[in-house]
Design a protein around this ligand. Structure first.
Ligand code: OFO
Length: 163
């Protein structure tokens, strides 16, 4: 049993997680077109992770006997300036998602929604990892400063990401 306010907020977060997947698939489209197959691979896995995040929230809503509502997705960009531009956008997006998760968590606490609070703790930890992953790649790309040899090395490294 969860409050209506909590349910609405979780349903909104499901939409945000699905939007995250869509944004990352847009980035995959960009990298595939630019022949950066390693970066495309990394973001493909990221997009799948976002679907899993949405699924976790989806399952929670069902488990507490409520109904999921789904909203429209925003049209994602498939055009970027360069790899650094992509990963900077990803990092900014993850910061936005972290803020949203924290708001959800605060709501759960203030509304005494203990089951939701417990479920959201996983997301709080996950967001630390999400931001750290993007931030690390932004640093690598800044160091590469657009040099093609370095970009190829980073592309190869990101191509090794495991599911
Ligand atoms: Fe779902 O963590 Fe990224 O967006």
């Amino acid at each position: 049993m969860i409050s209506k306010k909590m349910l609405d907020a979780i349903n909104e977060q499901i939409n945000l997680e699905l939007n995250s997947a869509y944004i990352y698939y847009g980035m995959v489209a960009y990298f595939e077109a630019e022949d950066y197959s390693g970066m495309a691979h990394w973001l493909n896995i990221q997009a799948k992770e976002e679907l899993e995040h949405a699924q976790r929230l989806f399952d929670f809503v069902n488990e507490v006997g409520e109904k999921v509502t789904l909203g429209a997705l925003d049209k994602p960009s498939v055009d970027y300036k360069d790899p650094l531009d992509v990963f900077k956008a990803g990092l900014e997006h993850e910061k936005f998602i972290t803020a949203s998760i924290q708001k959800l968590y605060e709501l759960a606490k203030s509304e005494k929604q203990y089951a939701a609070e417990e479920m959201l703790r996983w997301f709080i930890n996950e967001q630390v990892e999400e931001e750290n992953n993007f931030s690390h790649i932004v640093t690598l790309l800044e160091r590469a400063a657009g040099k093609s040899g370095s970009l190829m090395m980073i592309d190869g490294k990101l191509g090794q990401r495991e599911e």
